[in-house]
Design a binder for this molecule. Structure first.
Ligand SMILES: *Cc1c(COP(=O)(O)O)cnc(C)c1O
Length: 294
């Protein structure tokens, strides 16, 4: 319980009280039946909230599952494809782990210039200040926008991911999914997902709180000698002017504060720090101060 966990970009706040309420009043008698494989309750709730048609929505058990399905559907490996320019495009926006947002005009440019392949934009972090490509799904039938409940909706443990795209594209992914539908979303997850979408006030409150903490973290980390990209996510990708990232990572770990370190060329002097609560962040700044003074 005394561990500060800032290494996997989870939300530091609990889910909406409506989710707790839903769990408490859940009709468990229904658990003896198989869940609705289409998760229609949740699909319809998402469609209404995001103002798209239910036929333009796909849901999966976390966005890892959504992405896995999209790969099975759209990215069959054909050796001849390697002779051409590409067989499909996928990128996160805002980006992970750099936290940088690509402007929507540039995203549209990529989609427009690749009409013959599917372009997947992974918007896991878009709620923290990014601009969504959602409005482009009516304009481009090769676009798939993938989202998750794991970060901004504080429900990583429930495993909910979803995607928006043209009806044609969503139908294709559903056909693949339903050809071996062993991993349906369970009933409790479907219903708590709906409850989370319904509590828009709570969602907006925790997101704006995280953004506020993030902007403050930029000031505090700067004072400590860090520089970083202009984060539009719930994490900060930072490098220190003097001490190597690996050393800071290990010293923080000794103090029970976990951040993410990637031992990869190009980013091996950076730390990915999830934005926690104000209290957790204060402990982080204090720990960093001690580490950097020595
Ligand atoms: C966290 C994250 C996800 C979410 O994965 P889930 O399976 O929905 O928990 C997707 N893409 C990126 C880039 C992420 O960082």
């Amino acid at each position: 319980s005394d561990v500060i966990k800032l290494n996997t970009n989870e939300c530091p706040y609990p889910p909406s009280p409506l989710v707790t309420e839903m769990i408490e009043k859940m009709d468990t008698e229904r658990f003896r039946l198989y869940p609705d494989p289409e998760a229609s309750l949740l699909v319809n709730e998402l469609a209404e909230y995001y103002n798209v048609k239910p036929e333009q929505v796909f849901v999966g058990v976390g966005s890892d599952d959504v992405l896995g399905m999209a790969f099975l559907t759209c990215f069959k490996i054909n050796p001849l494809d390697f002779n051409k320019e590409n067989g499909g495009i996928i990128f996160p926006n805002p980006n992970a782990p750099t936290a940088i947002e690509m402007p929507l005009e540039q995203v549209e440019e990529v989609i427009k210039n690749n009409p013959d392949v599917v372009v997947i934009v992974d918007e896991a972090y878009v709620d923290f200040g990014g601009h969504t490509a959602l409005s482009l799904i009516d304009k481009y039938d090769n676009l798939l926008v993938v989202r998750t409940f794991s970060k901004s909706r504080a429900m990583a443990g429930m495993r909910i991911g979803y995607a928006f795209g043209s009806k044609e594209l969503i139908d294709a992914i559903k056909a693949v999914k339903f050809s071996y539908n062993s991993y349906t979303m369970n009933q409790a997850t479907i219903e708590t997902g709906v409850a989370a979408i319904k509590d828009d006030t709570y969602f907006k409150n925790i997101v704006s709180k995280i953004i506020e903490t993030r902007e403050n973290a930029k000031k505090e980390l700067k004072k400590l000698g860090f520089s970083f990209t202009d984060s539009k996510t719930n994490f900060i990708f930072a490098t220190h002017e003097r001490m190597p990232a690996k050393e800071i990572f290990e010293k923080l770990k000794k103090k029970n504060i976990f951040v993410r370190y990637f031992n990869k060329p190009g980013i091996d002097n950076y730390l990915r720090i999830t934005v926690g609560t104000d209290e957790e962040m204060k402990k982080l700044y204090r720990a960093l101060q001690e580490i950097l003074q020595k």
